[in-house]
Design a protein around this ligand. Structure first.
Ligand SMILES: [Cu+2]
Length: 147
């Protein structure tokens, strides 16, 4: 009878020991979840730094001798947009941006020069064209889509 009660005591001690081990496991699990919280904070801060950057779109007044820009369509995200125009042709050119009540014109440039036009754009469709006489009618125009 005495040996049975000792075995029962040992069994009870073993159960307590197992209970303590279980507590250790759950506390290490908590530290694991707190480290994953730290990485979530890092991701959200890097995402915030990416917004609001100014955009630059390149446009060329040369289209193999024809009165056309090298691109008949451009796309940008809403915000500050700058169109940079270069002029490799022997004729004077410029770029004007128009739409949604906005009208912005660059300077007129000769061969080998560059100019630019900037505007704060909302989502929608804008038109860009060369304001030099007769150039728009000849086909020197395009569409800027702002998303
Ligand atoms: Cu032109």
């Amino acid at each position: 009878m005495r040996s049975l009660s000792i075995i029962a005591l040992l069994a009870a001690l073993a159960l307590i020991g197992a209970g303590c081990g279980g507590d250790d496991d759950s506390s290490s699990g908590n530290s694991g979840s707190s480290s994953s919280n730290t990485s979530t904070t890092k991701q959200s801060s890097s995402g915030g730094g990416g917004g609001g950057a100014a955009q630059t779109l390149k446009l060329s007044a040369d289209a193999g001798g024809a009165l056309k820009f090298d691109k008949s369509s451009l796309t940008a995200k809403a915000g500050k947009v700058t169109i940079v125009l270069d002029n490799p042709s022997s004729l004077p050119h410029a770029v004007e941006l128009e739409g949604k009540g906005l009208e912005e014109k660059s300077g007129t440039i000769g061969q080998g020069q560059t100019t630019k036009v900037s505007a704060d754009l909302k989502a929608g469709t804008y038109e860009y064209y060369c304001p030099v006489d007769g150039h728009k009618a000849a086909g020197m125009k395009g569409t800027l889509t702002v998303q």
